[in-house]
Structure formats: structure tokens, C-alpha cells
Design a protein around this ligand. Structure first.
Ligand SMILES: C[S@@+](CC[C@H](N)C(=O)[O-])C[C@H]1O[C@@H](n2cnc3c(N)ncnc32)[C@H](O)[C@@H]1O
Length: 252
């Protein structure tokens, strides 16, 4: 194969998927200065998506920024399951939106739907607002449901969230590139990983419409401890649907 200087530099820096990363960089950046800066940042250990400033998610290209959680491929299953489960949803909420990847995917898949997104991290909200202008959703700053306009109380047909759900003692296992560029609160879910799932579940019944549901992804192990229905699962992950009545006081 012809010598590719970008692939060679990425490989020398220890990037296992050097060819795929070089292709990603060239797909999203044209300016030679931008490409050089991205390659430099990546070889210094910045996650690829932060280095380039975008992530690919559910067929879309969304903006991301250093310090903001990089959307993971596995979370695409939440968007697919949620859109298939409630194609009739009129009001959709993405809880803990990061850059707003799930909100963008659902705004694209369910045209005409009112889509809101929430995050506690101001840097994430800035990026989510930029993505919201492109894909058609509104991002709010604050904690879980409290960040939403009160007019949405009892009207949310479909809530989604890829919540922080890594058990505290497993956070150290996350790849160091991500660990040093994504704040700990984006992943750490407490001792069992379920602290934030409980925090979201507790007031859920007040915000969901009578037929409303919350769709999330947990580890298959965690799913067994949560009062919801598994929509799909493999050895690692389970996509779950929870409704306000089933959750009851579980989150309290
Ligand atoms: C695992 S990341 C997922 C981000 C995004 N949904 C995605 O898939 O790319 C979890 C997100 O929850 C946010 N978060 C943590 N605690 C929160 C809270 N109390 N209220 C709202 N968002 C919170 C974090 O800032 C982070 O962006």
C-alpha cells in the first residue's frame, strides 16, 4: 500500500485503527491546517472526535468539543428502539444530552416532533445548542427533569437517556484518552452504576404523559435490577423501556 503520512503518524502514536482514523479526519476536514492540528492533537492522546470537532452518530455528523462526552456507537440502539417504540411521540426529551446526539437522531427520525435536551454541564449545553439549531431541538441547562420548562410536565411522550451508569470502581477501566478528556460526572453512576438512573426514575411519573416511556441503555447485568422491560440485549448491553407506573417509588 502507498505510504500515507497521516496513517504512519497515527500508528506511531499507538492508534490501533490508524487507517480508519485517517479516513475520518479526511472525511470531515479539508483545510490542511485543520488536518494538521487534528492529527497533532490525536497523536497527543486527544480522542479522535474531539480532535476533529465532530462525531458520527446514527447517520448524522454532530458537533462535539473537548470536555464534552463523545457519543458512543452503542447508544445508537437507544435512538432506534425509541423511535420504533413511540413513532407517534409528540414531545421528546433527551436527558443528559451531552452534545445532543440522541436529540438530533430523534428530531431527524421523528419529524414534526417537539424535541428538548437537558444537561447539567454548561460546556455540553453550548455544543448541544449549536447542534439543536441544525437538527431542530432546544437544549436546556440544569439537572434532569428540573431543567425542563414546567409546561412540559405530564406531556413527555418519549424520554431517552444514555445516563452515567459506569460503577465507580470501573471508571478507571475506561480508555485513558477518554478518561482524561471527558469529565467524571459524565460516566460515574455510583457504587452500582444506578444512582443517576434512580434520580431520573424518581420524578418520572410527574413528567411523562399517560402513555409516556423512558428508553435507556444499561449493562445487561444492571438491567436485571431495574423495573423495566428489556427491548433488546446482547452479552454487554440492554436497551430498556421504563414507564412511570412501573418505576413507582423505585428511584426514591
Ligand atoms: C454518558 S453521557 C451521555 C451524553 C449523550 N447522551 C450521548 O449519548 O452522547 C451522560 C451525560 O449526562 C450528563 N449529566 C450528568 N449528571 C446530570 C444531571 N444531574 N442532570 C443532567 N445531565 C447530567 C453529563 O454531563 C453527560 O453529558
Amino acid at each position: 500500500m502507498e505510504h500515507d503520512p497521516i496513517v504512519a503518524r497515527l500508528r506511531a502514536a499507538g492508534c490501533v485503527f490508524a487507517e480508519a482514523e485517517a479516513a475520518f479526519i479526511r472525511r470531515h476536514l479539508q483545510d490542511t491546517g485543520d488536518i494538521e492540528r487534528a492529527v497533532e492533537s490525536r497523536t497527543e492522546g486527544m480522542p479522535l472526535e474531539h480532535a476533529v470537532g465532530v462525531a458520527e452518530f446514527a447517520g448524522l455528523t454532530v458537533a462535539v468539543a473537548d470536555g464534552v462526552f463523545v457519543p458512543r456507537l452503542r447508544a445508537e440502539a437507544i435512538a432506534s428502539a425509541a423511535a420504533a417504540h413511540r413513532p407517534d411521540a409528540r414531545v421528546v426529551v433527551d436527558l443528559g444530552c451531552g452534545c445532543g446526539a440522541l436529540a438530533a437522531a430523534l428530531a431527524s427520525r421523528l419529524p414534526g416532533t417537539e424535541v428538548h435536551a437537558v444537561d447539567i454541564d454548561p460546556a455540553s449545553v453550548v455544543v448541544a445548542r449549536a447542534n439543536g439549531r441544525r437538527f431542530g431541538f432546544t437544549a436546556h441547562h440544569g439537572s434532569w427533569w428540573d431543567a425542563l420548562p414546567t409546561a412540559l410536565r405530564g406531556r413527555v411522550d418519549l424520554a431517552v437517556g444514555y445516563l452515567p451508569h459506569v460503577p465507580t470502581d470501573r471508571v478507571e477501566r475506561i480508555h485513558p484518552d477518554f478518561r482524561s478528556h471527558e469529565p467524571r460526572h459524565t460516566v460515574d453512576g455510583g457504587p452500582t452504576g444506578l444512582d443517576q438512573v434512580r434520580a431520573v426514575a424518581a420524578p418520572m411519573g410527574d413528567w411523562l404523559s399517560p402513555e409516556g416511556v423512558f428508553v435507556t441503555l444499561l449493562s445487561t447485568e444492571q438491567a436485571a435490577a431495574v423495573p423495566g422491560r428489556v427491548l433488546s440485549a446482547d452479552d454487554e448491553d440492554a436497551v430498556m423501556v421504563l414507564d412511570g407506573a412501573a418505576v413507582g417509588h423505585w428511584g426514591l
